[in-house]
Design a protein. Structure first.
Lengths: 109, 112
């Protein structure tokens, strides 16, 4: 089993839709979690950290489920500009962050 | 406020050659990490430098080496290039033990 797994997609949704991605991790000792966004042929950009209590930033909500070992990202009212690859990152106490392969989102008119 | 910068943006090398990639961290950051990203995959951690020393290393062979300078900038060196080393090489900076990283635009390396 891979350390961090994501459904590569693509998730194809219309503008205005709500879409959610999950990311599972195998190491129960994992301590910190992040979501990054990566546009085609660009660098990853930090989208948000994922806290135990969950956190929200505008249309984006991130949650952590330690019992089932996954994190989620919910995007409400999808915009065309949300089209990108969403990468989850898991750290398990070392300085070695493990990236998932990313989930591709395509928002169409 | 300058972000993370990397040079060169693109590079074409031949098998067996050596390459050096450069990175300047975001202002105020003292930690630099290097990643290799193959097409369709997430970034794979190569190593991290802090206080001019390699703090952590991922699962990469000794052909991959690095250095951090007193001004926190960093270099990634790859010897004896293989075709499989073709990838986007990303540099990310952070502050101390901060885990929130900021990435540079990357260097796209092609090995022929």
């Amino acid at each position: 089993r891979k350390e961090v797994e994501q459904d590569p997609g693509p998730f194809n949704v219309p503008e205005g839709a709500t879409v959610a991605f999950n990311c599972t991790y195998s190491n129960s000792a994992s301590q910190s979690f992040f979501w990054y966004r990566q546009d085609c042929r660009k660098e990853p950009k930090l989208l948000m950290s994922v806290y135990s209590s969950g956190n929200e930033d505008g249309r984006f909500t991130a949650q952590l489920n330690r019992a089932s070992q996954y994190i989620s990202l919910l995007i409400r009212d999808s915009k065309l500009s949300d089209s990108a690859t969403y990468l989850c990152v898991v750290n398990h106490g070392s300085y070695i962050p493990t990236f998932g392969r990313g989930t591709s989102l395509i928002v169409h008119p | 406020d300058a972000g993370v910068t990397q040079s060169p943006t693109h590079l074409i090398k031949t098998r067996g050659q050596q390459v050096t990639l450069r990175c300047s961290p975001k202002s105020g950051h003292d930690t630099v990490s290097w990643y290799q990203q193959a097409l369709g995959q997430g970034p794979q951690f190569i190593f991290q430098y802090y206080e001019e020393e390699e703090r952590q290393r991922g699962n990469f062979p000794d052909r991959f080496s690095g250095h951090q300078f007193p001004n926190y900038s960093s270099e990634l060196n790859v010897n004896a290039l293989l075709l499989g080393d073709s990838a986007l090489y990303l540099c990310a900076s952070s502050s101390g033990q901060g885990l929130e990283q900021y990435f540079g635009p990357g260097t796209r390396l092609t090995v022929t």
